[in-house]
Design a protein around this ligand. Structure first.
Ligand code: AMP
Ligand code: FES
Ligand code: ZN
Length: 298
């Protein structure tokens, strides 16, 4: 790990990653051992490793898998669900599985065709549905906190995108912890300081079976483009990605960079249908999408 000037053997690496995770959980005050954690697991290396680490550290962590109905020629959703269920049953862990199509009548690709969000790519609709469902399920099942497997590469790419257009509202909301608000579960990203390749190494070294393929719709996406740019920088300046993210967190915390404004209080009110907070005047964007889909498909 050039960025840390550190080289570890397999045995010590498998100790180092959980120790660091525990350090980040404490540093950013993510959660305690008394709290119930819902880990959103996609079947990929990051979220399965996160679940593995949290359980081994003695946290009360259950899993949530969302069936998105994405095939893309590689049976992406079925395979990721199979691996997630296998991981849970081998370790005797509690996994909630929620299928979007069964729940709302349409799969993500179909919802995307109907709603015109994201010009033919379902990623925008998928992101909206995932956020909505993760929050709904965490809230309905009484979890204290929702954890996702976002790693440093994910976070740096989002930060880079938001910085390019100086999206101050998004910048103020980005961080390892998003506190709970009326109707919104606390969200945490315990892996946000690990490089993607560090998580790959952890998953492989600990024998976790995960889906290697990315979502088939991710190809050519903006976030992959930003990740490539950041990786080019990282090659010549080891640690550039980590510094970019950590210095942002410091600046945000000290209020150096932004005129403080209260984003949380941005006139949210409960959606009349699902009750989750929304800034739109009537139904939240997700419920509007579902209503529209129901109209179109009868
Ligand atoms: P992505 O948005 O695909 O980069 O995934 C980011 C994080 O969201 C993952 O690390 C998981 O924690 C969560 N996630 C993504 N897809 C799913 C899914 N189908 N079910 C549950 N959680 C998911
Ligand atoms: Fe949702 Fe790819 S479109 S994971
Ligand atoms: Zn709603």
């Amino acid at each position: 790990m050039r960025q840390h000037r550190l080289a570890l053997c397999k045995e010590h690496y498998l100790e180092w990653v959980p120790e660091q995770t525990e350090r980040f959980i404490k540093k950013y005050e993510m959660f305690s051992r008394n709290e119930k954690i819902l880990v959103a697991v996609s079947g990929g290396k990051d979220s399965l490793s996160l679940w593995d680490i949290l359980v081994n550290l003695g946290y009360q962590a259950d899993g949530l898998y969302l069936g998105l109905g994405i095939d893309g020629g590689i049976d992406y959703s079925h395979e990721s669900q199979r691996l997630t269920e296998k991981f849970a049953s081998e370790r005797n862990l509690k996994l909630h599985v929620v299928d979007i199509e069964k729940e709302y009548g349409q799969s993500i690709p179909v919802l995307s065709m109907i709603s015109h969000r994201g010009q033919g790519k379902p990623c925008a609709v998928c992101g909206l549905a995932k956020r909505h469902e993760m929050n709904r399920i965490a809230r309905d099942l009484g979890y204290d906190v929702l954890a996702t497997g976002h790693n440093l590469d994910d976070e740096a790419a989002v930060l880079f995108g938001n910085t390019l257009v100086w999206d101050s509202e998004r910048l103020l909301r980005q961080g390892p912890v998003l506190p709970s608000a009326e109707g919104l579960a606390r969200k945490v990203k315990p892996l946000c300081r690990f490089y993607e390749r560090e998580m790959t190494a952890y998953a492989i070294a600990s024998g976790i079976e995960y889906i290697y393929e990315e979502c088939p719709f991710a190809e050519g996406s903006q976030s992959i483009y930003y990740k490539e740019l950041l990786n080019q920088m990282e090659t010549t300046r080891p640690g550039a990605k980590l510094t970019f993210y950590l210095r942002f967190l410091e600046a945000r915390k000290s209020g150096e960079l932004f005129i403080e404004k209260n984003v949380e209080a941005a006139h949210l009110h409960p959606c009349p249908k699902c009750g989750q907070p929304t800034s739109t005047d009537d139904l939240c964007s997700f419920c509007r999408m579902i209503e529209k889909a129901a109209l179109v498909t009868g």
